[in-house]
Design a protein around this ligand. Sequence first.
Ligand SMILES: [Zn+2]
Length: 343
Amino acid sequence: MSDLTVTTGPGFSTLHNGLQELAGNNSSTIQEIPVQNEVFQKTETPPADVLKPAPVVSADSEETRTYRKLLDAATDARLNAYAPTSHYLVGAAILTKSGKIYTGCNTELTAYADHGEQVAIGKAQADGETEIVAIALQCGSEGKPLGFKPESNAPCGNCRQALFECNPDLKVILPNGPEGMEVHTVRDLLPVAYQRKREPWNNPQVVEEHFSDPLVEEALIARSNARVPRSHYPVGAAVETADGRIFRGSKIEASSFSSQAERLAMANAISQGAKDIVRIAIVGGNDPHKGETPLNMTWDSFQAIAQVAPNAVVLLPDETGEFIAHSMREFPSFLVVNTPKPG
Ligand SMILES: [Zn+2]
C-alpha cells in the first residue's frame, strides 16, 4: 500500500485506527499533521488567490489589441460615474458579438445604486444587442490614481451572476498594473452559478401608429428590447436631454437584481455625460398597439426621477394608450393611485 497522509482533527483516533486497519497496522506509513485552524479564522483582506490564474493572452495579437481597446473605453467611461456616496468610480465597457462597444458607469442615487456593469449591459440590451462576448472594468477612488489591481476591479457577486446569465463564457478583462491585464471568463469567476431554466418571452414589437413623438417611439423600441424572463412584463423608457439627444432604457431581470427601464435610461444619459434631462417617456405592458403606465413603477423610480430630473416632463400612457404629459409635482398622488394596495 502506498503512503497515507492524514490530517488530524475531531474523530482522528477513530480515523487513525481505521486507516491503520486498512494499512495492515503498518503505522510507519501514516503521518500526523497538526490541524491548520487558522484557515477558518476571519481575515480583513481577501486572499491573494481570490481570482483564478488568468489564461495567457499572447502579447501582441488581435485579441489582445481588442481587449486593450475595451479596457481603455472602460477607463474613459469611469470619468462619467456619479458616485456621491462611495466616491468609488466604476467604468465598464462591453463588446458585443457584432463588434459594438457599449460603455457604462456606476450611478448612485438615494433610492438605489446601479453598478457600471448593469448600466453597460442595459445600454446594449436597449439597443437590441443581446449577445455579449467581453466586458472590461476599470475602477478606482475619486481623485486618486488608479490602483490597477485585478481584485479591486473584479465584478461584485451580483454582477457576476447577471453577467453569467448573459453569457457564461463571457470574457472579463481586468487591469493588472498600468499596462497589463488579465482575461478571465465569468464561468471561472462564478464556479457554482445559480441556474434556472426559464421560458423565453417575446416582447410586443413596435407598431407604426406610435411614431408621432420620437421620444415615445424610442420608449416603445426600448420596451420591445426588454429582458423579462421572470415577470414577462416588459417596460421601456427614453429620456431626452436639453440638447435634443435621446437615451433608451429597457427593463432587465437577472436572478441577482432587476434594473428598471427609467433608471437605466437616466443612467445611460449620465454615462454619456448628459445630465440635463427635460423629458422622460415610460411604457409597460404586452399590447403591441398601446402601452400602459408600468405596474411596477414605485417610489424608487419616483425618487430617482425627482433626484436626476426634478423639472422633467414625464410622459405616461393613459388607459387608452395615449401618452399624457405629467409634471413631477403630480407624482406623489399619482403614485398612490398606481401602487398596489396591501391585502
Ligand atoms: Zn456589481
